[in-house]
Design a protein around this ligand. Structure first.
Ligand code: NAD
Length: 510
């Protein structure tokens, strides 16, 4: 899947991943810590302190103190700082990718790609002066003008998942900062190191202390964020159960909230599809990053006679994928993020067999010599899966691809639409008419036509439908700007001799 270059070495001297408050590493008043592992070896490489409400409060105080000066900084100046930040991320891209690869387990080039997609959001946010233009209407009444201002929301928080430890935070904070907000990140406790490097680079770029903070932890820190009166907006990306909780709790506390949840992304393959192209795309989309992508294809809907040849080519390719340490040369797939997650995914394979699905490729027996304690699981393919099976209904979030067989495009569309998730989907076909019908009728937020992972570019917005997103606005792009700004509508009249008093009747300006 990848041509490989060797990554630079990871500095492993850091024993504890600190919080980042007021522009500096900070301790947290806590006795609870989490282990951060090297996913390829199973070794504990760092520990991360779990912040209490006191740690969150310290970050909020710093973000609150920094807010007035930051929001008064001209958008052009904020944009220039973000441009400088982008240059620094590019300078240190290999170092950041190496630490992501180590802690998460994705192969190095995949981690480089994750950063690239994050950098694109920084590029988008660097257009802040253009993005923050309000609208203006001259003479809505005699001598009266009306215009809108886009103002920051205040102190914003982001709570992010393990699977993109740099990119998902970068969906949020560059846009929030460009709009004049300050931002507190609560990254995943499973791979927290990249967030600290990003914090250091923001400081080096010249972003003032307190504008960006990092607190680590689990539910205790998250609850402190959700209930803190000094936080005005919460962005979340993670699993659906937690997304629902975040949405309900933050909204009840009066905060603006967007909460992106889990996914079960289907690819529909029609009989007229280019089989080689579809196979190649599906292998990458199902097994890249060991299936731990929110936009991974985890279900293939094979329509009609394409099923037998498609399953045959998928199985052949899945068996030849190279699985090994994430930083070794030439690997297609690394390990999963933790031992517990690997075991959970393996249990789904057991369940699929018990439920009667046909196991075409079994990844459970995989051994990686010299890395017996790493969290590895090989590519797995199930055929003749039915919608009542747990391997179809649940988000497995691992290298497990399930194939369902239907007879028609209508049945395929119906199947996808009955699924409670609605993050991404793709159709493979050479028929423009079929693709257009799919695009129109499918109830999913992001659609690919012969493109397996249709992650929108930074100048569009990312978000799913149904159980994949709670809230009104998608992330980054124009909807990100809308999320991180409040609109103020101004109606303005400058007293002149020829304008009379307003009177007591309902004002009509004309
Ligand atoms: P997760 O829901 O377990 O954790 C996400 C965040 O919530 C982490 O920061 C975690 O510390 C925190 N958290 C965990 N349990 C909590 C609790 N009980 N209360 C409050 N906070 C809690 O998700 P994950 O395992 O880190 O990431 C994988 C999930 O994220 C998958 O479901 C995947 O589909 C989803 N995801 C979705 C998108 C998207 O765009 N929709 C993108 C990436 C990942």
């Amino acid at each position: 899947m990848h041509s490989q270059h060797l990554p630079v070495d990871v500095e492993t001297a850091v024993a504890t991943v600190p919080l980042w408050i007021d522009g500096a590493p900070a301790d947290s008043p806590t006795t609870r810590v989490g282990d951060v592992t090297n996913a390829s070896t199973g070794a504990v490489v760092r520990v991360v302190p779990f912040a209490t409400a006191a740690g969150v409060n310290a970050a909020v105080e710093a973000a609150t103190a920094a807010l007035p000066a930051w929001r008064a900084t001209p958008p052009l100046r904020r944009a220039r700082l973000l441009t400088r930040f982008r240059e620094l991320v590019e300078r240190d891209q290999k170092k950041i990718a190496a630490v992501i690869s180590e802690e998460h387990g994705k192969v190095f080039l995949d981690a480089m790609g994750e950063l690239q997609r994050g950098i694109e959001v920084v590029e988008f946010a660097s257009g802040a002066p253009q993005l923050l233009k309000g609208s203006y209407s001259e003479s809505v009444g005699r001598g009266v003008d009306a215009y809108s201002r886009l103002e920051p929301v205040g102190v914003c928080a982001g709570i992010t998942p393990f699977n993109f430890p740099a990119m998902v935070p970068m969906w949020m904070f560059p846009v929030a900062l460009a709009c004049g907000n300050t931002f507190i990140l609560k990254p995943s406790e499973k791979d927290p190191s990249a967030s600290l490097i990003l914090a250091e680079l923001l400081k080096e770029a010249g972003v003032p202390d307190g504008v960006f903070g990092v607190v680590h932890g689990d539910r205790e820190a998250v609850d402190a964020i959700l209930h803190h009166p000094g936080i005005h907006a919460v962005s979340f990306v993670g699993s659906t159960t937690i997304a629902k909780y975040i949405y309900a709790t933050a909204a009840a506390a009066g905060k603006r909230v967007q909460a992106l949840g889990g996914a079960k992304n289907h690819a529909v393959v029609l009989p007229d599809a280019d089989l080689a192209l579809a196979t190649d795309a599906l292998i990458g989309a199902a097994y890249g990053s060991a299936g731990e992508r929110c936009m991974a294809i985890s279900a293939v809907v094979a329509v009609g006679r394409v099923a037998d040849p498609l399953v045959a080519t998928l199985a052949e390719r899945a068996r030849t994928l190279k699985v090994g340490p994430s930083r070794a040369e030439g690997m297609d797939m690394g390990p999963l993020v933790t031992r517990a997650h690997r075991d959970r995914v393996a249990a789904y394979i057991d369940a699929g067999v018990a439920e009667g699905a046909e196991l075409a490729v079994d990844g459970r027996g995989l051994r990686v010599p010299g890395h017996e304690e790493g969290f590895f699981l090989g590519p797995t393919l199930f055929d003749r899966v039915t919608p009542d099976m747990a391997i179809y209904q649940d988000e497995i979030f691992g290298p497990v691809l399930v194939v369902l067989r239907v007879d028609t495009l209508e049945q395929a569309i119906d199947l996808v639409n009955r699924n409670p998730y609605g993050n991404g989907t793709a159709i493979f076909t050479n028929s423009g008419g079929a693709a257009r019908r799919f695009e129109e009728q499918i109830e999913v937020g992001m659609v690919g036509v012969n493109v397996p992972i249709p992650v929108p570019m930074a100048f569009y917005s990312f978000g799913g439908w149904k159980q994949s997103l709670f809230g009104d606005l998608h992330m980054y792009g124009p909807e990100g700007i809308a999320f991180y700004t409040r609109t103020k509508a101004v109606t303005s009249r400058w007293p002149k001799d020829d304008v009379g008093p307003s009177g007591l009747v309902m004002p009509t300006l004309g």
